[in-house]
Design a protein around this ligand. Structure first.
Ligand code: UDX
Length: 433
């Protein structure tokens, strides 16, 4: 099948590449000339395991271009996968989505199946339909009837290719039989469970899923705070809870909270769209409050232990919002580091992939180390903010020898508290004594 994917961000690039892997002919479009140039040189503008190799493998089946009109005209299905960043008001900025819809309306000379894949609030497809309905028409001025489908994407950064190719479910929102059949064909090689819904329900599934996962994280973080107060151990509590099949073990890792470009933005956007439609989604407001508290409380723990932060040097292990990505957007590390700097601490940090992106945000306010052991040289304390594999496997004896004082603040519960204290570290983690 001939497919155009508009937008080569995480979702667009991964989806486009994976569709090529499934045997389709894909044209990936972006207005960013530099990005397209990089992609045409066989490189990938983001760090995503396996993606570069998969693009190389499917070289003949995937084209990268800035020629939007040509891509639309050559394709049966056009995916919208552009960004929906947060506006200052908290709602999603849908202007890129609108522009793409207008572009399709202007370029298409035949009916298209227009698939909305960007994460958008419920009722967005209605707007897309509205835009497509006032299209320029075919060469004879006759109006063209495009079909709009909502097909949300659930991939995670860091395991995006794997997630796309092994989905738990594929959600297809459309009441049009032909569109459903086409979508079924498109995804058939994945042999995954397909959920067919109306358009609005599909849109809601995406926001509701991300918000539910964020709620799960904030819930376990709230329980961790009670554990800290009462002397219980969150790891054991989470294990005991997660074995209940109705709860499940995933997303029960307590820590410094969720970050990234999806959860913070989508929870906020879901609150806004609910409010706009007359419902105050108070649970989600509390989810946000807990997430903020986790970072503040972590800094307070550091302050309580070190007394004065002014003039102290703190080493930071991990800057990315989670392992296996270079993404720094809404990373908890940013707020935590800024709070430490405000108190007069000196910060040096290392991240295996996110150093360049971190520099763009934190600038020269912190020192960037060449490797993870350089982080610990002569410091009063170290923080673990991202659970990269190499940090999990760090030589703890070497770490201890290099540090001036031996405070370890583990924001991701990587290490065993008893073992750490037995090694002589002054060790603090989340929700465990
Ligand atoms: C998320 C959704 O999982 C994905 O389905 C959606 O398409 C996009 O948003 P992503 O943002 O890539 O994916 O990361 P995810 O692995 O879900 O983690 C999000 C954040 O939650 C990270 O900061 C992570 O550290 C944190 N997290 C996750 C926890 O603090 N505890 C957990 O138990 C799980």
């Amino acid at each position: 099948m001939n497919i155009a994917v508009i937008g080569t961000g995480y979702v667009g690039l991964v989806a486009g590449t994976c569709f090529a892997e499934l045997g389709h002919d894909v044209i990936c479009v972006d207005i960013d000339k530099e990005k397209i140039k990089i992609l045409n040189e066989g490189k990938v503008p983001i760090y995503e395991p396996g993606l570069e190799e998969l693009i190389a493998k499917n070289k003949g089946k995937i084209v990268f271009t800035t020629d939007f009109d040509d891509a639309v005209r050559k394709s049966t299905v056009v995916f919208i996968a552009v960004g929906t960043p947060p506006k200052a008001s908290g709602g999603a900025d849908l202007s890129f989505v609108e522009n793409v819809a207008r572009g399709i309306a202007a370029a298409a000379k035949k009916p298209k199946i227009v698939v909305e894949k960007s994460t958008v609030p419920v009722q967005t497809c209605e707007r897309i339909i509205q835009v497509l309905d006032c299209n320029d028409g075919d060469n004879n001025g006759k109006c063209i009837k495009h079909i709009v489908v909502s097909n949300p994407e659930f991939l995670r950064e860091g395991s995006a290719v794997k997630d796309f190719l092994n989905p738990d479910r594929i959600v297809i929102g459309s009441n049009d039989e032909n569109a459903r059949k086409t979508m079924e064909e498109l995804y058939a090689p994945l042999k995954a469970e397909m959920v067919f819904t109306d358009i609005k329900s599909a849109e809601l599934i995406k926001h509701a899923s991300n918000s539910f996962l964020a709620t799960k994280i904030s819930f376990i973080n709230a329980v961790a705070n009670v554990c800290e107060k009462t002397g219980a151990d969150i790891a054991m509590v989470a294990k005991g809870m997660g074995l209940d099949k109705r709860i499940g073990p995933s997303f029960l890792n307590a820590g410094i909270g969720y970050g990234g470009f999806c959860f913070p933005k989508d929870v906020e956007a879901f609150i806004r769209i609910s409010e706009k439609n007359g419902y105050k989604f108070k649970i989600l407001e509390e989810v946000q409050a807990v997430n903020k508290f986790q970072k503040e409380n972590f800094v307070k723990t550091i302050e309580d232990a070190l007394w004065n932060l002014n003039g102290k040097t703190i080493g930071v292990f991990g800057l990315a919002f989670k392992p296996n990505t270079d993404d720094m957007r809404f990373a908890p590390s940013i707020d935590i580091i800024n709070a430490l700097l405000k108190e007069g601490a000196k910060v040096k940090a290392f991240d295996p992939e996110a150093m360049e992106r971190a520099k763009a945000i934190l600038g020269d306010k912190i020192e960037y180390c060449k490797d993870m052991y350089a982080v610990s040289e002569g410091v009063d304390a170290v923080l673990f903010l991202t659970e990269w594999k190499q940090f999990v496997e760090i030589d703890l004896d070497k770490l201890k020898k290099l540090m001036k004082d031996v405070f370890v603040f583990d924001g991701r519960n990587i290490f065993d508290p008893i073992a750490m204290r037995a090694k002589g570290f002054k060790y603090e983690s989340i929700g465990r004594l």
